[in-house]
Design a protein around this ligand. Structure first.
Ligand code: 13P
Length: 287
Protein backbone atom coordinates (compact mmCIF):
# COMPACT_ATOMS: atom_id res chain seq x y z
CA UNK A 1 0.00 0.00 0.00
CA UNK A 2 0.98 3.64 -0.24
CA UNK A 3 3.16 5.10 2.51
CA UNK A 4 3.89 8.57 3.81
CA UNK A 5 7.23 9.92 2.59
CA UNK A 6 8.38 10.60 6.17
CA UNK A 7 10.24 7.40 6.91
CA UNK A 8 11.92 7.08 3.52
CA UNK A 9 13.14 10.70 3.69
CA UNK A 10 14.32 10.48 7.29
CA UNK A 11 16.39 7.43 6.28
CA UNK A 12 17.65 9.22 3.15
CA UNK A 13 18.76 12.26 5.14
CA UNK A 14 20.57 10.08 7.68
CA UNK A 15 22.08 7.91 4.93
CA UNK A 16 23.21 10.82 2.71
CA UNK A 17 21.26 9.89 -0.39
CA UNK A 18 18.08 11.25 -1.99
CA UNK A 19 14.76 9.70 -2.98
CA UNK A 20 13.49 10.67 -6.43
CA UNK A 21 10.08 12.17 -7.01
CA UNK A 22 9.03 11.35 -10.55
CA UNK A 23 5.91 13.00 -11.91
CA UNK A 24 3.28 10.83 -13.57
CA UNK A 25 0.97 11.60 -16.49
CA UNK A 26 -0.85 8.37 -17.30
CA UNK A 27 -0.91 4.62 -16.76
CA UNK A 28 2.21 3.91 -18.84
CA UNK A 29 4.20 6.55 -16.95
CA UNK A 30 3.14 5.21 -13.57
CA UNK A 31 3.83 1.59 -14.51
CA UNK A 32 7.29 2.46 -15.88
CA UNK A 33 8.30 4.28 -12.70
CA UNK A 34 6.91 1.65 -10.32
CA UNK A 35 8.58 -1.21 -12.19
CA UNK A 36 11.91 0.63 -12.23
CA UNK A 37 11.70 1.35 -8.50
CA UNK A 38 11.03 -2.34 -7.86
CA UNK A 39 13.90 -3.45 -10.15
CA UNK A 40 16.24 -0.98 -8.42
CA UNK A 41 14.91 -1.91 -4.96
CA UNK A 42 14.48 1.82 -4.35
CA UNK A 43 11.86 3.82 -2.49
CA UNK A 44 9.97 6.16 -4.81
CA UNK A 45 7.66 9.16 -4.72
CA UNK A 46 5.12 9.56 -7.51
CA UNK A 47 4.44 13.27 -8.09
CA UNK A 48 1.11 14.54 -9.41
CA UNK A 49 0.67 18.20 -10.30
CA UNK A 50 -2.82 19.65 -10.19
CA UNK A 51 -2.77 19.86 -14.00
CA UNK A 52 -1.73 16.21 -14.35
CA UNK A 53 -4.39 15.22 -11.82
CA UNK A 54 -7.03 16.96 -13.91
CA UNK A 55 -5.66 15.35 -17.08
CA UNK A 56 -5.97 11.90 -15.47
CA UNK A 57 -9.67 12.58 -14.67
CA UNK A 58 -9.15 13.73 -11.08
CA UNK A 59 -7.30 12.84 -7.89
CA UNK A 60 -9.61 9.94 -7.02
CA UNK A 61 -8.87 8.24 -10.34
CA UNK A 62 -5.15 8.75 -9.76
CA UNK A 63 -5.21 7.37 -6.20
CA UNK A 64 -7.28 4.35 -7.23
CA UNK A 65 -5.06 3.62 -10.23
CA UNK A 66 -1.83 3.87 -8.24
CA UNK A 67 -3.10 1.76 -5.34
CA UNK A 68 -4.39 -0.96 -7.69
CA UNK A 69 -1.20 -0.90 -9.73
CA UNK A 70 1.01 -1.31 -6.66
CA UNK A 71 -1.05 -4.38 -5.79
CA UNK A 72 -1.32 -5.89 -9.29
CA UNK A 73 2.37 -5.38 -10.08
CA UNK A 74 3.30 -6.77 -6.62
CA UNK A 75 5.38 -3.71 -5.82
CA UNK A 76 7.01 -4.15 -2.42
CA UNK A 77 9.30 -1.07 -2.29
CA UNK A 78 7.93 1.97 -0.40
CA UNK A 79 5.74 4.12 -2.68
CA UNK A 80 4.38 7.54 -1.73
CA UNK A 81 1.73 9.26 -3.85
CA UNK A 82 2.41 12.97 -3.56
CA UNK A 83 0.63 16.12 -4.71
CA UNK A 84 3.20 18.38 -6.41
CA UNK A 85 2.87 22.17 -5.94
CA UNK A 86 -0.58 21.90 -4.46
CA UNK A 87 -2.91 24.80 -3.79
CA UNK A 88 -4.66 24.91 -0.42
CA UNK A 89 -7.85 23.47 -2.02
CA UNK A 90 -5.90 20.92 -4.07
CA UNK A 91 -4.10 19.70 -0.95
CA UNK A 92 -7.40 19.10 0.83
CA UNK A 93 -8.83 17.30 -2.22
CA UNK A 94 -5.82 14.96 -2.38
CA UNK A 95 -6.02 14.15 1.32
CA UNK A 96 -9.67 13.27 0.73
CA UNK A 97 -8.83 11.17 -2.36
CA UNK A 98 -6.30 8.98 -0.51
CA UNK A 99 -2.90 10.48 -1.40
CA UNK A 100 -0.20 9.58 1.12
CA UNK A 101 1.72 12.84 0.80
CA UNK A 102 1.04 16.41 -0.23
CA UNK A 103 2.91 19.56 -1.04
CA UNK A 104 1.35 22.85 -0.12
CA UNK A 105 3.05 25.50 -2.21
CA UNK A 106 2.33 28.68 -0.27
CA UNK A 107 5.48 30.36 -1.59
CA UNK A 108 3.45 32.99 -3.47
CA UNK A 109 1.57 34.07 -0.30
CA UNK A 110 2.98 36.62 2.12
CA UNK A 111 4.91 34.67 4.76
CA UNK A 112 2.20 35.12 7.44
CA UNK A 113 -0.46 33.60 5.21
CA UNK A 114 1.89 30.81 4.12
CA UNK A 115 2.44 30.08 7.85
CA UNK A 116 -1.30 30.09 8.68
CA UNK A 117 -2.33 27.79 5.83
CA UNK A 118 0.66 25.46 6.31
CA UNK A 119 -0.14 25.19 10.05
CA UNK A 120 -3.69 24.10 9.32
CA UNK A 121 -2.62 21.53 6.74
CA UNK A 122 0.14 20.17 9.01
CA UNK A 123 -2.43 19.36 11.68
CA UNK A 124 -4.73 17.57 9.20
CA UNK A 125 -1.78 15.60 7.78
CA UNK A 126 -0.48 14.65 11.22
CA UNK A 127 -3.85 13.25 12.16
CA UNK A 128 -3.99 11.14 8.99
CA UNK A 129 -0.32 10.06 8.91
CA UNK A 130 0.31 11.88 5.63
CA UNK A 131 3.59 13.63 4.86
CA UNK A 132 3.57 17.32 3.93
CA UNK A 133 6.06 19.40 1.96
CA UNK A 134 6.17 23.18 2.15
CA UNK A 135 8.01 25.64 -0.05
CA UNK A 136 9.89 28.82 0.69
CA UNK A 137 11.28 30.93 -2.14
CA UNK A 138 9.53 30.31 -5.45
CA UNK A 139 11.19 27.78 -7.76
CA UNK A 140 11.74 29.41 -11.14
CA UNK A 141 10.49 28.24 -14.50
CA UNK A 142 6.98 27.25 -15.33
CA UNK A 143 4.86 24.73 -13.43
CA UNK A 144 1.30 24.36 -14.71
CA UNK A 145 1.29 27.93 -16.00
CA UNK A 146 2.69 29.40 -12.78
CA UNK A 147 5.97 31.13 -13.56
CA UNK A 148 8.41 31.65 -10.67
CA UNK A 149 11.56 33.74 -10.69
CA UNK A 150 14.19 31.25 -9.41
CA UNK A 151 14.61 32.92 -6.03
CA UNK A 152 16.91 31.96 -3.24
CA UNK A 153 14.97 31.27 -0.05
CA UNK A 154 15.52 33.26 3.13
CA UNK A 155 17.03 30.76 5.63
CA UNK A 156 15.11 32.35 8.54
CA UNK A 157 11.80 31.92 6.71
CA UNK A 158 12.81 28.30 6.04
CA UNK A 159 13.38 27.79 9.77
CA UNK A 160 10.00 29.35 10.55
CA UNK A 161 8.16 27.03 8.13
CA UNK A 162 10.22 23.96 9.14
CA UNK A 163 9.26 24.58 12.78
CA UNK A 164 5.57 24.29 11.88
CA UNK A 165 6.07 20.54 11.70
CA UNK A 166 6.22 19.92 7.96
CA UNK A 167 7.86 16.65 6.87
CA UNK A 168 10.11 18.13 4.19
CA UNK A 169 10.98 21.56 2.93
CA UNK A 170 11.56 22.83 -0.60
CA UNK A 171 13.83 25.86 -0.55
CA UNK A 172 14.58 27.87 -3.67
CA UNK A 173 18.34 27.81 -4.32
CA UNK A 174 18.39 29.20 -7.85
CA UNK A 175 16.85 26.03 -9.28
CA UNK A 176 14.15 26.20 -11.96
CA UNK A 177 11.64 23.84 -13.53
CA UNK A 178 12.18 22.68 -17.09
CA UNK A 179 15.38 23.01 -19.11
CA UNK A 180 18.10 25.26 -17.68
CA UNK A 181 19.10 28.19 -19.88
CA UNK A 182 22.67 28.23 -21.20
CA UNK A 183 23.52 31.19 -18.92
CA UNK A 184 22.16 29.56 -15.73
CA UNK A 185 24.38 30.41 -12.75
CA UNK A 186 24.01 26.96 -11.13
CA UNK A 187 22.68 26.07 -7.68
CA UNK A 188 23.40 28.47 -4.83
CA UNK A 189 25.25 26.21 -2.41
CA UNK A 190 25.77 29.06 0.05
CA UNK A 191 21.97 29.40 0.32
CA UNK A 192 21.57 25.64 0.67
CA UNK A 193 24.23 25.47 3.40
CA UNK A 194 22.57 28.35 5.29
CA UNK A 195 19.13 26.68 5.02
CA UNK A 196 20.58 23.35 6.14
CA UNK A 197 22.25 24.98 9.14
CA UNK A 198 18.97 26.55 10.27
CA UNK A 199 16.72 23.53 9.62
CA UNK A 200 18.92 20.69 10.93
CA UNK A 201 17.38 17.25 10.46
CA UNK A 202 14.60 18.46 8.14
CA UNK A 203 14.82 16.65 4.76
CA UNK A 204 15.33 19.32 2.07
CA UNK A 205 13.76 19.07 -1.37
CA UNK A 206 15.37 20.03 -4.66
CA UNK A 207 12.87 20.84 -7.38
CA UNK A 208 13.78 21.18 -11.05
CA UNK A 209 15.95 18.04 -11.10
CA UNK A 210 16.03 17.99 -14.91
CA UNK A 211 19.39 18.98 -16.35
CA UNK A 212 21.26 19.74 -13.11
CA UNK A 213 24.83 18.46 -13.64
CA UNK A 214 25.68 15.29 -11.66
CA UNK A 215 28.38 16.99 -9.53
CA UNK A 216 25.88 19.65 -8.41
CA UNK A 217 23.31 16.96 -7.54
CA UNK A 218 25.91 15.15 -5.43
CA UNK A 219 26.97 18.32 -3.67
CA UNK A 220 23.32 19.19 -2.96
CA UNK A 221 22.81 15.76 -1.39
CA UNK A 222 25.96 16.25 0.72
CA UNK A 223 24.45 19.53 1.95
CA UNK A 224 21.17 17.98 3.11
CA UNK A 225 18.93 17.47 0.05
CA UNK A 226 17.07 14.17 0.45
CA UNK A 227 14.27 14.44 -2.14
CA UNK A 228 14.85 15.43 -5.76
CA UNK A 229 12.01 16.11 -8.19
CA UNK A 230 12.29 15.09 -11.83
CA UNK A 231 9.59 15.70 -14.40
CA UNK A 232 10.71 17.28 -17.69
CA UNK A 233 13.55 14.81 -18.24
CA UNK A 234 11.14 11.86 -18.43
CA UNK A 235 8.93 13.84 -20.81
CA UNK A 236 11.87 14.66 -23.10
CA UNK A 237 13.04 11.03 -23.08
CA UNK A 238 9.53 9.76 -23.83
CA UNK A 239 9.02 12.26 -26.66
CA UNK A 240 12.39 11.56 -28.28
CA UNK A 241 11.89 7.78 -28.25
CA UNK A 242 8.34 8.10 -29.62
CA UNK A 243 9.58 10.46 -32.33
CA UNK A 244 12.28 7.93 -33.27
CA UNK A 245 9.69 5.15 -33.62
CA UNK A 246 7.39 7.21 -35.82
CA UNK A 247 10.16 8.77 -37.91
CA UNK A 248 11.52 5.28 -38.61
CA UNK A 249 8.05 4.48 -40.02
CA UNK A 250 7.55 1.66 -37.51
CA UNK A 251 3.93 2.62 -36.88
CA UNK A 252 3.26 1.91 -40.56
CA UNK A 253 4.69 -1.63 -40.50
CA UNK A 254 2.51 -4.59 -39.51
CA UNK A 255 0.66 -3.84 -36.27
CA UNK A 256 3.09 -1.07 -35.37
CA UNK A 257 0.14 1.25 -34.81
CA UNK A 258 -0.97 -0.80 -31.78
CA UNK A 259 -0.58 1.55 -28.78
CA UNK A 260 1.17 -1.21 -26.88
CA UNK A 261 3.88 -1.13 -29.56
CA UNK A 262 3.74 2.58 -30.37
CA UNK A 263 4.24 3.64 -26.74
CA UNK A 264 6.78 0.93 -25.83
CA UNK A 265 9.97 2.82 -26.81
CA UNK A 266 8.79 5.86 -24.83
CA UNK A 267 8.11 3.68 -21.80
CA UNK A 268 11.58 2.11 -22.04
CA UNK A 269 13.07 5.62 -22.25
CA UNK A 270 11.26 6.66 -19.05
CA UNK A 271 12.53 3.52 -17.31
CA UNK A 272 16.12 4.23 -18.37
CA UNK A 273 15.85 7.84 -17.17
CA UNK A 274 14.41 6.85 -13.79
CA UNK A 275 17.08 4.15 -13.29
CA UNK A 276 19.86 6.61 -14.11
CA UNK A 277 18.46 9.11 -11.58
CA UNK A 278 18.03 6.48 -8.85
CA UNK A 279 21.67 5.49 -9.33
CA UNK A 280 22.82 9.13 -9.24
CA UNK A 281 20.70 9.93 -6.17
CA UNK A 282 22.02 6.82 -4.36
CA UNK A 283 18.60 5.33 -3.58
CA UNK A 284 19.24 1.94 -5.25
CA UNK A 285 18.90 -0.92 -2.72
CA UNK A 286 17.63 1.51 -0.06
CA UNK A 287 14.03 0.18 -0.07
P1 13P B 1 11.71 19.40 -13.76
O1 13P B 1 10.53 19.33 -14.67
O2 13P B 1 12.62 20.52 -14.09
O3 13P B 1 12.44 18.09 -13.68
O4 13P B 1 11.16 19.74 -12.31
C1 13P B 1 10.28 18.84 -11.66
C2 13P B 1 9.76 19.40 -10.40
O5 13P B 1 10.43 20.10 -9.68
C3 13P B 1 8.38 19.06 -10.02
O6 13P B 1 7.99 19.72 -8.88
Amino acid sequence: MLVSAKEMLTKAKAGHYAVGQFNINNLEWTKAILQTAQECNSPVILGVSEGAGKYMCGFKTVASMVKAMVEDLKITVPVALHLDHGSYEGAKACIEAGFSSIMFDGSHYPIDENVAKTTELVSICEEKGISIEAEVGAIGGEEDGVVGAGECADPDECKMIADLGVTMLAAGIGNIHGKYPANWAGLSFSTLAAVQEKTGAMPLVLHGGTGIPAEQIKKAIDLGVSKINVNTECQLAFAAATRGYVEAGKDLKGKGFDPRKLLAPGVEAIKATVKEKMELFGSVNKA
